[in-house]
Write a protein that binds this ligand. Structure first.
Ligand SMILES: NC(=O)c1ccc[n+]([C@@H]2O[C@H](COP(=O)([O-])OP(=O)(O)OC[C@H]3O[C@@H](n4cnc5c(N)ncnc54)[C@H](O)[C@@H]3O)[C@@H](O)[C@H]2O)c1
Length: 354
């Protein structure tokens, strides 16, 4: 029996409702594959902030470092400014562990209705690879004359050749590994952002030249947003900066039917540090505490964790169980038009897992 140590940060709001079913699914599939998960729960997030004035303790990174992976629900609370919750927990972890590839698949499952008319199951099948450690989220800048009439805010985006190159290379490798359309689309705004995004475009072309079998496309982010709606079936792997990847992944979640189906992984592809697995969605205060949040995004996120931990077969079994529940059309939370609870949907996945 192998043991994997997983740091768990359920976080806030619905994060605390989707992580327990996610853990149960991991335990169930682990048992079938002779793997035990030793979960180490950390109660960091808004509650920690209310008590201690910070989202996680000073030594948090040291506590996470020895773990095999990190499983996170969501952070965010209506009474705490979002820049504090994000910069106090998620972004420092992504940076400390150099989790430079944020991988966000968007798949239209058979049995789920897309808000786009006439789309069939399986027709939308793309993965967004978002640069995750620099770009527009580098958090460099400051205020001048703060809270005065002359107030000035400066926020600098940071793009490095190294940072762009490694995430673009990851995207090409993923297109090869997926072996589907073998197509990588790069998203920028290099018509308006004439330095950073021009460097991105140039680096993309250089990396692309090493992958002659992979088709490429470069789109401005505004055109990309339109084409996600108009021709979503044309995308395979989409690589974008931190901000653009973030925005487009909510759009991608929308066109596959629900935010409650969008999984995501913050990867250190070189396995030097623990990678972090979290659903795309936030703490969803509008539905928190009602027992109706869709747990499938968190469960599919668990499958991404299994894959990263080299448990490919187990990952496929979890995905197949989720697909079977969705295909049955009878068991779904309100975001997908049903009236089942979080617990009922999770139980259905566990039953399909066997
Ligand atoms: N990774 C993260 O921790 C993360 C990501 C995004 C937002 N946030 C934070 O979460 C808070 C709420 O942000 P928001 O409302 O913009 O985004 P959100 O993702 O929490 O919610 C957006 C909408 O989608 C719905 N939704 C989200 N996940 C769902 C699920 N699993 N099942 C059913 N419906 C679901 C919500 O009910 C809401 O109507 C904010 O504090 C924000 O900063 C955190």
């Amino acid at each position: 029996m192998k043991t994997l140590t997983i740091a768990v940060i359920a976080g806030d709001g619905v994060g605390t409702e989707v992580i327990p079913p996610g853990k149960r699914v991991l335990e169930a599939v682990g048992k079938k594959h002779n793997v035990t998960f030793a979960f180490q729960d950390f109660d960091w997030g808004a509650g920690h902030f209310a008590r201690w004035g910070r989202m996680m303790p000073a030594g948090a990174i040291d506590l996470l470092q020895p773990c095999d992976a990190i499983y996170l629900g969501a952070v965010g609370h209506p009474q705490i400014p979002d820049h504090i919750t994000l910069n106090g927990l998620l972004l420092p972890i992504r940076r400390a562990f150099d989790q430079y590839a944020n991988v966000r698949p968007a798949y239209l499952y058979p049995g789920v209705e897309s808000p786009l008319a006439g789309r069939r199951g399986g027709e939308i099948d793309l993965v967004i690879v978002r640069e995750n450690t620099e770009g527009e989220y580098a958090q460099i800048g400051g205020f001048l004359y703060q809270h005065q009439r002359e107030e000035v805010a400066i926020q600098t985006a940071v793009f490095t050749r190294r940072g762009i190159e490694r995430v673009v290379r990851f995207a090409f490798d993923l297109a090869v590994k997926r072996n589907k359309k073998k197509r990588v689309t790069s998203i920028t705004k290099s018509n308006a952002q004439g330095y950073s995004m021009v460097l991105w475009d140039r680096t993309f072309q250089e990396v692309a030249s090493h992958y002659p079998d992979v088709e490429t496309e470069s789109l401005l982010v505004d055109a990309a947003a339109m084409n996600f709606i108009r021709r979503p079936q044309s995308f395979d792997v989409v690589v974008a900066s931190n901000l653009f990847g973030d925005i487009l992944s909510d759009l991608a979640a929308g066109i596959i039917g629900s935010m409650g189906l969008a999984a995501s992984a913050n990867l250190d592809p070189e396995h030097r540090f623990p990678s972090m697995f979290e659903p795309v969605h936030g703490s969803a205060p509008d539905i928190a505490g009602k027992g109706v949040v869709n747990p499938l995004a968190a469960i599919l996120t668990g499958a991404m964790m299994l894959e990263h931990l080299e448990m490919q077969q187990a990952a496929q079994e979890v995905e197949a169980a989720v697909a079977a529940v969705l295909a049955s059309g009878t068991m779904r939370t309100p975001d997908l038009g049903g009236n089942n609870s979080t617990e009922e949907v999770a139980a259905a996945v566990l039953e399909k897992l066997g």
